[in-house]
Structures are given as C-alpha cells and as structure tokens.
Ligand binder design. Structure first.
Ligand code: NAP
Ligand code: ZN
Ligand code: ZN
Length: 348
C-alpha cells in the first residue's frame, strides 16, 4: 500500500495537523498521482468544522488537486506515467444510472463519492482529500490539463472553476445579458472571469469596498458595495441572472428586487445557516431561486479546455501546508486574493 502523508483534523474543533495514512495500489483503470498543488476551498473549512453535519474524522480536506501521474493500471488509456492529471470534488459514482451515462456524475442517483470524508466504493475506506502527497483515482474522474496553464493557478478550477462555469453555461449567460455575481472570493472571482469571458455585462456585488479595483481588473463592468442601499436600488429590476457565491449567512431579499421579470438567482454558496428570503420579493416578477453543484466529468473537462483556449486561471496566493490553519482564518476574514493554493512540496 502506498504510504501517504497529509494534514488532517481529528474533530470539528481542532486545527489541521500532520497525519499519516495509506492508500490502495491503483487498480486496472486507476492512476496514482503525486499531488503538486491543492486549492483551499471554503467547503474545506465548512467540512473540517462539520458545519454541514456530514463530516467523518479524521478528515483530510482538499478537492482542487493537480498532480503528476506516478503509476497507471494496465487498462488506463487517458494518462501515461509522468503526465499531469487533475481531480476535483468527486472521485467515483455508480457509473450506471442515467445522469452517470451522460457524464453528469455529480447528479448520480446513488450519490457520487466525494474526494474526502466519504465511503470509497472500491475498498470501503473513508476517502482522504488532497491536503496530502498522493491520490489514487479511476481515470474517469481525473482530467487532463492544458499545457499552457500555470499548475498552481489551475488547481482552483477543479472546484471554484467548474462550480461557476456550469451554472453560467446552464443559464446561457452571454452577450446582451446583465449578470450579477455576489461575493468576490474563490468562487466569485472565477464567476466574474467566466461571465466576462462569455460576453455578459457583469456587475460584481461585494461587502468589501477595498476589492473594487480588483473586481474591475478581473472583468467587472460595474462594482456595487452591497451595504450601499442607494447603489443597490439603482439596479432594481435590471438583472437577467445573478449568481450567489457567498459563504456566510445573508439575506437574499437584498438581491431579489434586482432581478428582471422571469429572471433567476442561483445559489452556489452554502452557508452554515440557510439564507432568508421573502416570497413577496419574487411574486411580482415571477423570479426564481435556484441552486447548482459543481459539474460532471464531461463539463469539467470542457471547462478546463475552455480555460486553456482563453488563458483563464485563478488568482492565487501559494502557501506552504504549514500555513493552512492561518489560511482558514484569513478566508473567514475575507482576506484572500482570491484563492489559497498549497504547494505540496512543503510537506517534505
Ligand atoms: P470564499 O473564498 O471564502 O469567498 C466567499 C465570499 O463571500 C467572500 O470573499 C466575501 O465576498 C463573501 N462573504 C463572506 N462573508 C460574508 C458575509 N458575512 N456577508 C456577506 N458576504 C460575505 O469562499 P468560496 O471558496 O468561494 O466558497 C463560497 C461558498 O460556496 C462556500 O459556502 C462554499 O462551501 C460553497 N461552494 C459550493 C459549491 C457548490 O458545488 N455549490 C462548490 C464549492 C464551494 P466579499 O468580500 O466580496 O463580500
Ligand atoms: Zn470546493
Ligand atoms: Zn450514477
């Protein structure tokens, strides 16, 4: 069994600390990856602290993985040893149901297997995530990475990238549309880059006035500080689509009046406490509130290839793993530009 080392937390209250464990040898259709970089998603923090009530300990977080293939099973066709592979939020599914048949494994009827804190379908162990030196995964759940992109800045595409690309595509964001992005964090800044790249008029909503300049640089046509009631009112009844990427509890009632008739506000953020809203802010415009979760394997590869073609990656601050607890605290203070990525060579 390949020995693995990473950072884990033993319970919801403790910081992450060094942790040794093992992974299985790759099976016929599996690859083994030496992890080079792993992004720090706010979901890792929610999960490490059991804010969604589904965590299993010890918990090694991390689902924005980029690495080098170190071994490949005999039936593997997509990768050769030495090539780069990327892994996101899910690492397996039933592979037989209708959504799996369409490459929408995230909607698997039996439930997809998460990259960490889930029961592995192959060996029954608890999955351990990418804050570690290696991963073993079926090639179906690993992606190729365009050669022109910086690998540290690619890592966040595997969750923040696909989670924002997918709803923007589903709701057909493009030229002629006015689109709002709420929250300029890891997901928000990728949503901003994609919505701009797809040709929409993009308005970034933020609670952090100091992020205004960055938002314009990242592709916003306008920036609105959401605590400014007059600035919010000036956008009443004007949005075709709004994507909400906020990690903390907040009121949707600030945003619903900004939608046009029949427009949709889609939630990707998953705060510990659900956001509140009044139907009164929806009925007068037949507005919808929707939700979206990551993306399937087909669309994730499509997103990576789109990023290669258009030279899109995340804005990252690369940290050694020893700074991961500090990174969690800074994320809570909205002090990240705009994704922490762990350089796994720091594991030693
Ligand atoms: P993040 O980098 O911490 O960004 C969250 C942003 O929310 C912050 O930058 C901030 O933006 C805003 N915010 C934070 N606290 C706030 C508050 N008290 N009031 C209003 N706004 C606040 O987090 P992330 O990694 O992008 O993740 C965002 C959320 O998406 C998390 O809940 C995460 O679990 C979830 N998520 C969902 C999926 C999915 O499949 N649906 C996938 C990945 C992550 P401003 O400073 O601009 O206000
Ligand atoms: Zn994530
Ligand atoms: Zn399935």
């Amino acid at each position: 069994m390949p020995s693995s080392k990473g950072y884990a937390t033993p319970n919801a209250q403790s910081p992450l600390a060094p942790f040794d464990f093992s992974r299985r040898e790759p099976g016929a259709t599996e690859i083994s990856i030496e992890i080079l970089f792993c992004g720090v998603c706010h979901s890792d923090l929610h999960m490490a602290r059991n804010e969604w009530g589904q965590s299993i300990y010890p918990l090694v977080p991390g689902h924005e993985i980029v690495g080098r293939v170190t071994a490949a099973g005999k039936a593997v066709t997509k990768f050769k040893v030495g090539e780069i592979a990327a892994v996101g939020v899910i690492v397996d599914s039933c592979r037989k149901c209708a959504p799996c048949g369409k490459g929408e494994e995230h909607f698997c009827k039996e439930g997809a297997t998460l990259t960490y804190a889930a029961t592995d379908r192959v060996d029954g162990s608890i999955t351990m995530g990418g804050y570690s030196n290696n991963y073993v995964v079926d090639e179906r759940f690993a992606h190729t990475v365009p050669a022109n992109l910086d690998l540290a800045a690619v890592a966040p595409l595997l969750c923040a990238g696909i989670t924002t690309y997918s709803p923007l595509r589903h709701w057909k964001v493009g030229p002629g549309m006015k689109v709002g992005i709420i929250g300029l964090g890891g997901l928000g800044h990728m949503a901003l880059k994609f919505a701009h790249s797809f040709g929409a008029h993009v308005v970034q909503f933020t609670t952090s006035p100091k992020k205004k300049e960055d938002a314009m640089r990242l592709g916003a046509d306008e920036v609105v500080v959401s605590t400014d009631a007059d600035a919010m009112k000036a956008h009443a009844n004007s949005f075709d689509f709004i994507l909400d990427a906020v990690s903390a509890p907040h009121a949707l009632d600030d945003y619903l009046p900004l939608l046009k008739q029949d427009a949709t506000l889609t939630m990707v953020g998953l705060p510990e406490k659900p956001p509140s809203f009044s139907p009164f802010n929806m009925i007068g415009r037949r507005a919808s509130i929707a939700g979206s979760m990551i993306g399937g394997m087909v669309e994730t590869q499509e997103m990576l290839d789109y990023c290669g073609k258009h030279n899109i990656t995340a804005d990252v601050e690369v940290i050694p793993i020893q700074k991961v607890n500090e990174a969690f605290e800074r994320m809570l203070k909205q002090d990240v530009k705009y994704r922490f990525v762990i350089d796994m060579s720091s594991l030693g």
